[in-house]
Structure formats: structure tokens, C-alpha cells
Ligand binder design. Structure first.
Ligand SMILES: Cc1ncc(COP(=O)(O)O)c(C=O)c1O
Length: 480
């Protein structure tokens, strides 16, 4: 089997796609597909120094492909295989089960070549990827992520059924199609070998379909059997246990997208892989966020999984170690997910140092906008008690011109009312207690907790206006 991707990426043919038409000075590509592959390696600096790593760790920037992921390589290779074999004809429809990126890789090719696309996703796939697919002209079907493998609702069974029902359609089946690992054998592997001058010692990749690790790994092992091929696998996926024991455990849910499986898959060749390292969602997201903040490499969660495994491997190596890990896709696909502090906080994954007073106040009540409940000093105590009951709160700030002037606390006001019921007709300003501490928006969690030891609530101030309140139970909610 030969693929155009091979000739496009690894031979002088690429230059021909750039050739000028009527001037020696003009440079352009024949179409967007000519930009697939030939991605650069980028050295990690700050984070390796921070972890006291002596070996070099290099990121293979697959996020720089035109569809922003490693999957562009297999989109074109599987479609060109189908055209060659006569499986995909003019006007045909491409149908695939995908966590999004393969769909994007296929949809790019379909857009250029004029095919229709239907992609079956799970409801775990980010909104960004689903919208991206629609923008590329694809139709989307969404299945529950919780559906078990082999059941009719599972996204792979659904894609297979739709392809059987659709005339002139091609179902690539990336989990088993040989053009998937072959694309990496013919392009990703040679690129890494050449760009490291054959000096790499370890290659780290996640395992979704297994195409990247099996194809790249096979090429690298052929060049030098001592190169260690390391799989990065989310806790909850079966690959590590399957590799170590041959036993397929029950999979459990995890949040990282695109890698890990609940069953072994055809393209994940365990013989090529030397070792598999399990990584938690917390570490995957935290390291992906750090790659963005500290190295400027804006990437998805599976890249964080790979980087976590790469750091673990690199820790035991000396200066001669050279670890290459895959940057699978761009962080743009996850702006409403783990790249959002609100989402991370909701999943109880946010690093404590990033939990600020402003964030807690904004996102309590599951992010539903809630008006701050308060009273003014001129109101009657009876009004204040009624407002506390309505709002279901046990303390209320007293504000004047958006500034804190005092507070009413249920236990104290009830004690006073038991002694003198007429207080109900007094003004709040005459009976109120001292105000709650006022904190700036960027106050960190440790300081908030310290204040809440002595006070039932703290107020949040933004540009000298009280805008929110944080109670002890709001902070307890963060630790559930
Ligand atoms: C974000 C992401 N990372 C990694 C992978 C894994 O690549 P492979 O399927 O080649 O194992 C995928 C595959 O879908 C993915 O979408």
C-alpha cells in the first residue's frame, strides 16, 4: 500500500506543491492538505528545569497541523486508501465514530475533495470540536458516552449501522484500518527520527485507536530497537492492565478526551509498546495548563497525559536521555472545558492557588447568576428577617451605597428578639452587628479560609463596591 501522504510529506513532491505558477517568487500550497505533517519538535525548558530533569524533552507539535491535531495524518491516508481501492466514489459519504479530531481530519479532506461526512460522537466530546465539525460541513450524531461497547447506542455501533444504511458510503473504522498506523509509520516516525538525528531514547504517546503509537513506534524500533515506546493511559482505561497482565478490566469513567478505551482495539499493537504509564485526570489537565502557561504550548488534555508520562520517564534519565512526546491537539478545543477555571472548579480539579474570592463568588449556585441579598441600615428589622427567610440565609450584610456598614446574624438577632419583640419595628442600623470582613476579588483560598474561621461570611469588593458574599458552606462545597 502506498499513500499520497507519504509522497506529499517526505519527498521533494512537497516542493512541487509550492511551485510558482507564473513567477519564480510566488510560493503557495496546492491546497490545505499539503500542510499536513512535517510538524516541528519544540524543547520544553521551564517545566523540565522545575522538575530537575537532566534529559531533553521535546514536544512533537501535531497541534500545528491544519486541523490542529495528530489525526489530520490519518484523515487523508484512510480516504486516499478508499479512493484507490474504489470503496469511496464521487459524491460519496464518509461515516466515522470519532472523539472529534479524526472527524476534523476527515472533514478537511472531504471539504477539499467534495465528499459528504457524518460523524458519530459521544456526549463527552467538547462543544468546540462538535461545532468545528459542523463548520467544516459535517453532520453530527451524538451518542451517550455511558453506552457500553457492543450495545446499539454505543457510538461505534451507531456509526457502523448508519454506514450500512447509507448508499455509496465509506466507514473508515480508524480503530482497525491499516492506513491509520501506516500513516504514522510513513510520516510521524521518520520525521521524529530525522529531526532528532536518530538520538531519541524514548517516545511517549497516548493510545486512542493506537495508530500513533503503533505506527510511529514500529518505525522507530526498526531504526533502533533500543528506543523505548511508552504509552500514556488515563486511570480508568484498560490499556495498562491489559498490557501488564493480558486481562481486560472493567473500565471506569475519566474526563480526558481522545485516549484510553474500555476494550482492546485492533490498531493498538501491544507488542510495539514497552511500558504503559497511568495518569490521573488531575495531572493531565494540570500539566496541559502548565504547558500553556509556562511554555506557550496551548494543548488539549491528552497532551497533558503524555507530558505527565514523559516527565516520569525523563526523571530517571541523564543528559543523554532524549524524550519525544506527542502534542495531540490544540487547547482551543477545550476552552469551555479544562482550560476554564469555572469548569475545573466544578469538577473539583482546580489548583487551590487559582481559587480566588472572585471565582468562588461568581461560580457558586453552579454559576447561575444570583443577586447579592442585603439590607440597608434604614430598613426595619422585620423586613430584614423576612428577606433572610426568603433567601434561606442565616446572615445578611448591611450595605449603604454599595459599601459594608454592618451585618445581621440570625442567631444574635433571634436572641435579641426573644428579649424584646418590639425590636422588629426598629431600624436595622440601630441593632446591627459589625460588618463581615471585606476581601478583594483576587484573595486566595487560604486567606478566605482564615477569615472564615472567625466569621460566618466574607464580602467581596470590586472597584470599591461590594459585589458578592462567600459563606462557610460555599467553601465546603469546593471540598466535597
Ligand atoms: C485528543 C486526542 N489525543 C490523542 C489521540 C490518540 O491517538 P491515536 O488514536 O492515534 O491512538 C486521539 C485520538 O482520537 C485524540 O483525539
Amino acid at each position: 500500500m502506498t499513500f499520497r501522504i507519504n509522497s506529499l510529506l517526505n519527498t521533494p513532491e512537497l516542493n512541487r506543491t509550492r511551485r510558482s505558477v507564473n513567477s519564480e517568487l510566488m510560493k503557495f500550497y496546492s491546497d490545505i492538505l499539503a500542510l499536513i505533517g512535517k510538524t516541528p519538535l519544540v524543547k520544553i525548558n521551564h517545566l523540565t528545569r522545575q522538575h530537575k530533569i537532566k534529559a531533553r524533552v521535546l514536544a512533537k507539535m501535531e497541534s500545528l497541523n491544519p486541523g490542529y491535531s495528530v489525526k489530520d495524518r490519518i484523515g487523508i491516508s484512510m480516504i486516499e486508501w478508499a479512493e484507490k481501492e474504489g470503496v469511496l466514489k464521487k459524491g460519496g459519504t464518509i461515516i466515522e465514530a470519532t472523539s472529534g479530531n479524526t472527524g476534523i481530519g476527515l472533514a478537511l479532506v472531504a471539504a477539499v475533495k467534495g465528499y459528504k461526512c457524518i460523524f458519530v460522537l459521544t456526549d463527552k466530546v467538547s462543544m468546540e470540536k462538535a461545532r468545528y465539525l459542523k463548520s467544516l460541513g459535517a453532520d453530527i450524531v451524538v451518542c451517550p458516552a455511558a453506552a457500553k461497547h457492543g450495545t446499539p447506542d454505543h457510538y461505534v455501533s451507531t456509526a457502523r449501522r448508519i454506514s450500512e444504511e447509507t448508499p455509496n458510503s465509506f466507514y473508515p473504522d480508524q480503530y482497525n484500518h491499516p492506513a491509520n498506523p501506516q500513516a504514522h509509520y510513513q510520516t510521524t516516525g521518520p520525521e521524529i527520527w530525522e529531526d532528532t538525528d536518530g538520538k531519541l531514547t524514548h517516545f511517549v504517546s497516548g493510545i486512542g485507536t493506537g495508530g500513533t503509537i503503533s505506527g510511529t513506534g514500529r518505525y522507530l524500533k526498526e531504526m533502533n530497537p533500543d528506543i523505548r515506546i511508552i504509552g500514556a493511559d488515563p486511570y480508568g482505561s484498560i490499556f495498562k492492565t491489559f498490557k501488564d497482565s493480558g486481562h481486560v478490566p472493567e473500565a471506569t469513567p475519566y474526563l480526558v478526551e481522545g485516549i484510553g478505551q474500555s476494550l482492546p482495539v485492533g490498531n493498538a499493537d501491544m507488542k510495539i509498546i514497552d511500558d504503559i504509564i497511568n495518569v490521573t485526570d488531575r495531572d493531565s489537565f494540570e500539566l496541559a495548563r502548565q504547558l500553556s502557561r509556562r511554555e506557550g504550548i496551548f494543548c488539549g488534555g491528552s497532551t497533558g497525559t503524555n507530558f505527565a508520562a514523559a516527565l516520569k520517564v525523563a526523571k530517571d534519565l541523564d543528559e543523554n536521555g532524549l524524550v519525544v512526546f506527542i502534542v495531540c491537539d490544540t487547547g482551543e478545543h477545550y476552552l469551555t472545558k479544562f482550560h476554564s477555571d469555572e469548569w475545573m472548579k466544578e469538577k473539583l480539579l482546580l489548583e487551590p492557588q487559582r481559587i480566588t474570592a472572585g471565582l468562588i463568588a461568581e461560580t457558586k449556585n453552579s454559576g447561575a447568576p444570583a443577586d447579592l441579598i442585603f439590607v440597608t441600615p434604614d430598613e426595619l428589622v422585620s423586613n430584614a428577617v423576612a428577606r433572610m427567610n426568603e433567601g434561606g440565609v442565616t446572615q445578611i450584610p448591611v450595605l449603604e451605597d454599595h459599601r459594608s456598614v454592618g451585618s445581621l446574624r440570625e442567631s444574635r438577632i433571634l436572641a435579641k428578639l426573644l428579649e424584646n419583640r418590639n425590636l422588629l419595628n426598629s431600624k436595622v442600623g440601630d441593632v446591627m452587628d459589625e460588618g463581615f470582613p471585606v476581601l478583594e476579588m483576587d484573595t486566595n483560598l487560604a486567606e478566605i479560609k482564615l477569615k472564615l474561621h472567625k466569621n460566618p461570611a466574607v464580602l467581596i469588593e470590586d472597584f470599591k463596591r461590594i459585589t458578592g458574599i462567600i459563606t462557610r458552606s460555599d467553601v465546603l462545597d469546593l471540598q466535597k
